[in-house]
Design a protein around this ligand. Structure first.
Ligand code: ADP
Ligand code: MG
Length: 249
């Protein structure tokens, strides 16, 4: 079977600084992949290149067989890119919810704008996604009334409401107070158990070990090592992976 996501030779430079130095990987449908690595190694850049929030300097990205961001040899416009971007639900470190909209409206707007659902169906879908992240009880609240962990769960519901083929997480728990990390990881674990395809940048090594199928270790813009999650984390082969993991303990 063809992979859902196929990345080949992904390269990204800012001026003369090469941040991604030729990255190749595949994600099969239903697979959970954790991307780990030191700060500055290019993890966020890699995720942002996948949906052309950053324009890659080289390489190709295919989602479900379709080339992302390039058509007939030319970079697509933001307008052309919108349908492709909607196939990837992105969850950032910071949640960026609209403060003047209710929790439900924040989620419904994704379904309306991105999927073109009528208001009533968008609201129903929003409530369904809020149930998944256990936020039904705050459906009518303002995001300003919520804890960071609750806000992040709403942001996850918002990404889910796009009905993406692939969920991308960029350190979704890094901005949270330590006592709020668990509730977000728990929700992500439940999504993983539903068979969703997830690519997760994280510093939560225990989460990567237990929830991911595969882990990729990025360092200096290259994938230094990748393998089955438990194997890579419990007995890494490469010295750089070993040194990184030792530090996180
Ligand atoms: P990570 O997410 O692994 O911490 P990033 O992808 O954010 O790493 O950054 C990788 C490298 O790219 C860093 O050295 C960073 O300074 C550089 N970088 C990221 N974004 C930009 C940018 N817009 N302009 C110049 N350099 C950048
Ligand atoms: Mg980052």
């Amino acid at each position: 079977m063809n992979p859902l996501l196929n990345v080949t030779g992904l390269n990204k430079s800012y001026g003369t600084v090469e941040v991604l130095k030729g990255i190749d990987f595949e994600v099969a449908a239903g697979e959970k992949i954790a991307l780990i690595g030191p700060s500055g190694s290019g993890k966020s850049t890699c995720l942002r290149c996948l949906n052309f929030l950053e324009k890659p300097s080289g390489g190709e990205i295919h989602l479900d067989g379709e080339r992302i961001g390039v058509r007939l040899g030319r970079t697509m416009s933001d307008r052309q890119l919108a349908p492709q971007r909607s196939e990837m639900g992105l969850v950032f470190q910071l949640f960026n919810l609209w403060p003047h909209l209710s929790v439900t409206e924040n989620v419904a707007i994704a379904a309306r704008k991105v999927r073109g659902l009528p208001a009533k169906e968008a609201r129903e879908l929003a409530l369904e996604m809020l149930a998944k992240v256990r936020m039904t009880h705050r459906a009518d609240a303002s995001p300003l009334e919520l804890s960071g962990g609750q806000q992040q769960r709403v942001a996850i519901a918002r990404a889910l409401a796009q009905k993406p083929k692939l969920m991308l997480f960029d350190e979704p728990t890094s901005a949270l107070d330590p006592e709020l990390v668990h509730e977000v990881l728990k929700v992500m674990e439940e999504l993983a158990a539903e068979g969703r395809t997830m690519l997760i940048v994280t510093h939560e090594i225990a989460f990567a070990r237990d929830v991911a199928d595969r882990v990729m270790f990025l360092d200096g813009g290259r994938i230094v090592e990748q393998g089955p999650a438990r194997q890579l984390i419990l007995s890494p082969r490469e010295a750089r992976t070993q040194a990184f993991l030792r530090q996180t303990r």
